[in-house]
Design a protein around this ligand. Sequence first.
Ligand code: CP
Length: 309
Amino acid sequence: MPHATSTDDIISTLNLKRKFYESLFKETNTLRKKLERKSMLDVCADSVLATVFMEPSTRTRLSFQFAMTKIGGRVIDFGPVEATSTAKGETFEDSMRMVDGYSPDVIVVRSKVVGAAQVAADICSTPVINAGDGTNEHPTQAMLDLYTMQKARGKIDGVKVGLMGDLSHSRTTSSLSYALDQFNDVTVYYIAPAELQIRPNVVASLKHIQIEKKENYESIISNLDFLYVTRLQKERFTDPAEYDRLKGSYQLDKSSLSKYQRLPFIMHPLPRVDELNPDIDGLPVAKYFEQAKNGMYVRAALLKRIVSE
Ligand code: CP
């Protein structure tokens, strides 16, 4: 099969530059203002998005689907994996050939397999967006995370971010680290028990940001602009006993946060399990639901850019 990769594929944040984010966020703000006045636009009329999710998702799938619908395009969903011929043994590669053959304008793909989005991009002539490939990357999550930071703080340069939780299995914190590396004077604290620390290959790819590893947040929380919490990813543990041992090793609630005079904004890619107690949801620093909502607007801007090119 010929190598059909589109130049518009979004597979990783490693190759995205600061200018990309700046123009994406400008377009996001423009679209957002229009969508707040008028709930449906026709800027992508006649465009079709195909969503292929081979791993569970609420936010990424829905926000892409809502985004495309709100900007006037149409959406075809691959459906639950068990209702497709994957259940009969069809390969991922053949499934992607089929989706590409029906000529959508953009394909969003999620898989539990590291590298699957690149495999899809190599097969498809349609632009492919990585909606998460195993523990590797989740580039559009990083886009909405940066957008949320910029909205909350006004700028990314000079930001101090704590990334806390199951960093070893996290694709959101790797993509976000690469994205933050495009900005000036950024400090990232990786906060996790030793077993869950950030993967060495992620750190090795960073060129500019200052990093520090910590086992807990207590000594630095007041210096942070953002504390970005992630869940312990049960589905990625090979040893259930190891999951049970580490479960509950980092948790935030109103009482634990009340000790600090100054709190950072609290972010989370969601879903949460038990690491963020719902009793903090009403705090002004709790940004995670706004963060998820921002995702729809950022993804609308990204889809518009890809289908317009
Ligand atoms: N943040 C995120 O990727 O959420 P979903 O798994 O629900 O898409």
